[in-house]
Design a protein around this ligand. Structure first.
Ligand SMILES: Cc1cc2nc3c(=O)[nH]c(=O)nc-3n(C[C@H](O)[C@H](O)[C@H](O)COP(=O)(O)O)c2cc1C
Length: 376
């Protein structure tokens, strides 16, 4: 198995988080990072949108913003990797420091503001990966956003869809990062409807055959009314899936006050329950008709399974990689298999949305987490 992380972690945690991340990406690019055997089981393979995911656990957007380390991340055992957020033009993002960790709470606050090298470089890197023969197993989603300087967001999304749709296994429209002024306003139904119409038209123009599914990534900070209005827009728009959720602007009492005072979006363990609640809510609002990728505070199989039962067909993580290292991917997949067996399911798709089934045990998730914490 991979055993370098316990050695690397204390060194990295003494560094500025962004520097540690950059060094990690550079290390991954060498291709020399050790990785152990990958969990592979028919019960974990997910067929969705005509795509075949080797397992339901993916890498969330933001880790590989410039499409530099798709292959190495898939080799750690992720069933899919979402790269980006990419914007049309390169941009520096917000002033540094802009990533903060709270190791005891396994939480991160980031105020990155989409720093990235722009779509030309992104496309070049992605094409290098896609050109490998045979292409490594695993699905690659492309997450797109607007430049900070853009006053007409639709233009950026259209341009990115036009350039990237032919290369995408799926496309994510990111309108939920809290660090680009005005971005979250695109979640308002009036703006959202117009954006989706244009983006879907552009996607269908760019890909006449087998257009990639179009997913919408939403914030956890939405009122019930907002969720209802968005769900209605989504159901009427032709959006293929939802990614729930991005980081939160909330600052729960469980995090230290100096950390809480940092600007940006909170991710990791303190986001977990909130994002699960949003998944459950959208699953109900859409009648389970719109597949969901669940993300937010997943660091164990119990966390992933909880999101699946709340309605997620697939899950993603980012922050847990920082605190637990890449072994977490295998551990989660192994545990999902175990939970499926315990619940009498032969395939992960059977567990999707089960917490909404009549008679579902409300406390079973908490019991499962308590048992997992005790190593039972
Ligand atoms: C440092 C950092 C950068 C991120 N950048 C992006 C991004 O560029 N685009 C995006 O859609 N989400 C981004 N995210 C949000 C994650 O994709 C994910 O939705 C969120 O962190 C919740 O998952 P987690 O608790 O497993 O980290 C970022 C998260 C972190 C911690």
């Amino acid at each position: 198995m991979i055993d370098f992380y316990p050695i690397a972690r204390p060194v990295m945690f003494r560094m500025d988080p962004e520097r540690a991340h950059r060094l990690t990406v550079m290390g991954l690019k060498t291709g020399l990072m050790p990785c152990g055997p990958v969990v592979s089981d028919p019960a974990l393979k997910v067929a969705l949108w005509g795509r075949h995911f080797p397992n339901p656990v993916g890498l969330a957007a933001g880790f590989d913003k410039n499409a530099e380390v798709i292959g190495p991340m898939l080799r750690f055992g992720f069933g899919f990797v979402e790269i980006g957020t990419v914007t049309p033009k390169p941009q520096h993002g917000n002033p540094k420091p802009r990533i903060f960790r709270a190791p005891n709470q396994e939480a991160v606050i980031n105020a990155m503001g989409f720093p990235n090298e722009g779509v030309i470089k992104f496309k070049e890197n992605l094409q290098k990966f896609l050109g490998r023969k045979p292409r490594p197993a695993g699905i690659v989603g492309l997450n797109i956003g607007m430049n900070k300087s853009q006053t007409e967001p639709v233009k950026d999304y259209r341009a990115l869809v036009q350039q990237l749709a032919p290369l995408a296994d799926y496309l994510t429209i990111n309108i939920s990062s809290p660090n680009t002024p005005g971005l979250r306003d695109l979640q308002e139904p009036k703006h959202l409807k117009a954006l989706l119409e244009q983006v879907i038209e552009e996607r269908n123009k760019a890909c006449k055959i087998d257009p990639p599914p179009l997913l919408l990534k939403l914030a956890p900070d939405l009122s019930e009314n907002q969720q209802g209005a968005i769900a209605e827009t989504v159901l009427n728009s032709g959006v293929d899936g939802l990614i729930l959720t991005n980081t939160t602007l909330d600052r729960p009492d469980t995090i230290p006050s100096d950390f809480a005072a940092q600007k940006g979006g909170l991710s990791g363990v303190p986001l977990r329950e909130k994002s699960t609640a949003v998944i459950a809510s959208f699953y109900k609002l859409t009648g389970g008709k719109v597949p969901i990728i669940g993300v937010g505070g997943i660091s164990s199989g119990a966390d992933a399974y909880e999101k699946i039962k709340a309605g997620a067909s697939l899950v993603q993580l980012y922050s847990a990689l920082v605190f637990r290292g890449p072994d977490v991917v295998q551990a989660i997949n192994k545990d999902i298999l175990e939970y499926l067996k315990q619940d009498g399911f032969s395939h992960v798709s059977e567990a999707v949305g089960q917490s909404h089934a009549p008679g579902a045990k409300k406390n079973s998730q908490n019991n499962r987490r308590a048992k997992a914490a005790k190593g039972l």
